[in-house]
Design a protein around this ligand. Sequence first.
Ligand code: NAG
Length: 269
Amino acid sequence: MRAGILVLALLACAACSTAPGTAPTSGAGAGNLPAAAKVDYQIGGAYPPAADARIVERDRTDKPVKGRYNICYLNAFQTQPDETPSWRKDHDSLLLRDAAGNYVVDREWNETLLDISTPESRTELLAVISPWIDTCTQDGFDAAELDNLDSYTRSNGRLTAADAIEFSAALAHRAHAQGLAVAQKNAPALAAAREDTGFDFAIVEECQANAECELFTKVYDSAMIEIEYSEPAFRAACAARGTSVSIVLRDRGVLPAGRPGYLNRYCGA
Ligand SMILES: *[C@@H]1O[C@H](CO)[C@@H](O)[C@H](O)[C@H]1NC(C)=O
């Protein structure tokens, strides 16, 4: 069965790198995303979720939690810092370089940008990242978050929004072929391109603090998860959208429960 599903996914994706504009179907998990639900955002380390959290997000190397809507985190546009050495060793040509030949690095997180600038590099990157998507599905996740969609804004002009849209469409196609829903992460300028990217819902950090929530809600409505990191922004977000959008207040380190500095609050609590 699994082999059959994978063959189908491969066939489906043979088309997606060349024709991402062809209306991508949505993932089966998309319709099940609870609205205005409690979200346990665990990308900084897994721990047993709160009993009333209906949505749980974890790293792709962690396992989903039975009975919840589970989202699989994967860094699809930049390297995870601890994986940079293996990218350099095995896929050095897929790491973005500037005109001087130096790696283009997101300094805030020390993550090297992936080179999504050509159809050839996107095809090769898809071959690296697709197995991660497949594992999310096989492990039982409902959806995937493709982090750093906005890498092009940090690329010093080496990448474009069009590159990000093309690569998103290819990844979404791969996920949808297996019934996995896909989330847009941040990048408000790309919300309007939803028909081309094929994203099912949005996961947005600090849209209240950045005064850009409407750019997402007018496209995604209540199909949105909002993470705020400051108390005033969180309160304002709850007042504005708390009955339709899933909103959580987290500490910036997204620490696991029990660690000093851990913060996880929901609207109305
Ligand atoms: C950033 O990542 C590179 C590549 O893995 C590593 O050599 C370097 O030490 C890291 N820098 C910091 C400040 O962690």
